[in-house]
Design a protein. Structure first.
Length: 553
């Protein structure tokens, strides 16, 4: 099965004419083994060529990688003429023309050239400004003096929606308010800048409307962002699983353009891995964009660390962070749950009857409280934890976290009370004592009086610490155990979120303490409970099991 645009782009790479990310190399191999060798599917060459002609007549010349990408929109099963790929993940650096390209596709798919009646296309984003990006571009083309006559009588380009007068669909912009999008009948949904999506709630609502119109599709567009553990990270993992061959017969087409290492930022020729528009021969738009990017890069040495982080994350599509103000890198935090392949969960030793020490953070009785048990086995620290969250706090504050999803996983409990009752904390530790060998719980002196007496009534030994007094002492050790991958949280995105929210503050003497990257929306309670337990990890009785059947009564 041949497509000249697909072959041309792959041959460019094979001949050394362009640079692509390792994920795109994997995609080429994946396509060769899973799609291009099949005889039960076909490219609708005529429709793809019609699309290219349409896009280049009314918008701009398409680059080879854009013709490559769009070819797979028109790849169909021979049996029933349904799309082979119904979902597309286009992940590229800023300035790679994602919005411009999707504008041409949205316009074409609601035209007579596509030929499917009622093929509505919503452009979905977290903000109206972002949702309007492609919408306004399409409307501007239709209203331009150059093309107004061509679209007259075919589209009604209103300020709020662009309607096909021949019944082939409409284009509209929508913000991610999941409460108002039920019972839709969309043909193609475009999710823009999904790095801002905390979870899959909005996608789930819109996706429920697909399937009612023939050959429905979804597009997920994004550069990288600063929300870790959100919807984008899940989409990246799903894409890696597909490219690694861990998922069979996937309907998702993943195109991931990014630098392969941080060092590649120093070679401007490698930037095309993150932004395919930079590949030679470079067009006028990309040439100007690249010139500005190079100028910005040269000025980074005069800027603060935050500018370099933004440049790496947005321009090079490779998430970066200020390790001088973070407990650990995101890769190190991921290692608390996954092996180096980022897909295999780390094996947790059998903890039943193992010795442990409890940790508690109860800084505010009106938002979060965190509890946990720390185990130490073979020089690795295993942290088993739970959190309690006040429902009233959640109603008043929009957290940058998928709280409901974590509740479903059993990682936290939402309590609808004026304040979080200490009974929840006491009950959790009592329940854990039935499974594990511990009687000591370490907590900050702040508000400890609220829970201390009830825990002592249950026979627990409570140890006081002043958190600010122990942080400088513990910080070097905490940094080391994360760097050496000796911390295991298990399949616990809540603990990864807590840890990533911690801001390391270094004073003039080099002492480090812990704060929050956002005082209200980036909670750290679970990490602080972990810190409290780490302070007295010497009390954990290594290699001693508490076995009732071994006791001679």
């Amino acid at each position: 099965m041949k497509n000249k645009h697909v072959d041309f782009y792959i041959d460019q790479y094979k001949n050394g004419e362009i640079k692509v990310s390792r994920y795109v190399v994997q995609l080429f191999s994946h396509l060769k083994n899973k799609a291009l060798n099949r005889d039960d599917i076909y490219f609708d060459i005529e429709m793809h060529e019609n699309y290219i002609t349409f896009a280049e007549k009314y918008y701009f010349p398409l680059q080879p990688f854009q013709k490559f990408l769009t070819a797979f929109i028109f790849l169909f099963h021979k049996e029933d003429d349904t799309p082979v790929y119904s979902s597309f993940f286009w992940f590229m650096g800023r300035g790679a023309g994602k919005n411009g390209l999707i504008s041409t596709i949205a316009n074409f798919m609601t035209s007579e050239l596509h030929g499917i009646k009622g093929y509505d296309v919503p452009l979905v984003a977290n903000s109206e400004a972002q949702a309007r990006t492609s919408f306004d571009e399409i409307r501007a083309v239709m209203k331009s003096s150059e093309h107004e006559d061509a679209f007259k009588g075919i589209y009604d380009a209103k300020a709020s929606e662009i309607v096909s007068l021949t019944g082939y669909g409409k284009i509209e912009f929508l913000t991610s308010n999941a409460k108002t999008k039920d019972s839709r009948r969309d043909g193609m949904i475009i999710y823009d800048e999904i790095h801002e999506y905390l979870d899959g709630t909005i996608v789930g609502v819109f996706t429920s409307g697909l399937g009612k119109i023939r050959n429905s599709r979804e597009f997920f567009l994004s550069t990288d962002g600063f929300v870790r553990g959100g919807y984008l990270d899940g989409m990246k993992q799903r894409s890696r699983d597909i490219l690694n061959g861990d998922v069979e017969d996937s309907s998702l087409f993943p195109f991931i353009a990014t630098l392969d290492s941080d060092d590649e930022i120093e070679d401007i020729n490698m930037w095309q891995k993150a932004n395919p528009m930079y590949a030679e021969p470079i067009g006028a738009y990309a040439k100007e964009h690249k010139r500005k990017a190079v100028e910005q890069y040269k000025n980074l040495k005069y800027e603060g660390i935050s500018e370099r982080i933004n440049f790496m994350t947005k321009r090079m599509n490779r998430p970066a962070e200020d390790l001088t103000t973070s407990v650990a890198s995101w890769e190190e935090i991921l290692r608390t749950g996954y092996e180096e392949d980022e897909k295999t969960l780390r094996e947790i030793p059998d903890l039943k009857n193992q010795s442990a020490i409890g940790g508690l953070d109860f800084a505010s009785i009106r938002d979060f409280a965190a509890v946990g048990l720390l185990f130490k086995i073979n020089n690795e620290y295993i942290w088993k934890s739970h959190s309690f969250v006040n429902a009233e706090f959640l109603r008043n504050i929009e957290l940058k976290a998928p709280i409901n999803e974590w509740e479903e996983k059993g990682l936290l409990t939402i309590v609808d009370e004026k304040v979080i009752s200490v009974d929840h904390i006491v009950d959790w530790f009592v329940e854990m004592r039935e499974q594990y060998n511990f009687d000591t719980i370490v907590a900050d002196t702040f508000r400890l009086d609220l829970v201390k007496s009830k825990l002592e009534e249950e026979g627990f030994n409570i140890m006081y610490v002043r958190t600010k007094g122990i942080e400088a002492l513990l910080a070097p050790r905490i940094e080391t155990i994360f760097a050496e991958n000796r911390v295991i949280f298990g399949d616990n995105p809540l603990m990864r979120w807590y840890t990533n929210n911690v801001k390391v503050i270094t004073d003039a003497k080099g002492n480090r303490t812990y704060g929050k990257k956002d005082e209200v929306r980036r909670k750290t309670d679970g990490f602080m409970a972990f810190i409290h337990a780490m302070y007295r990890d010497d009390l954990i009785e290594n290699d001693i099991e508490f076995m009732l059947d071994e006791i001679d009564f």
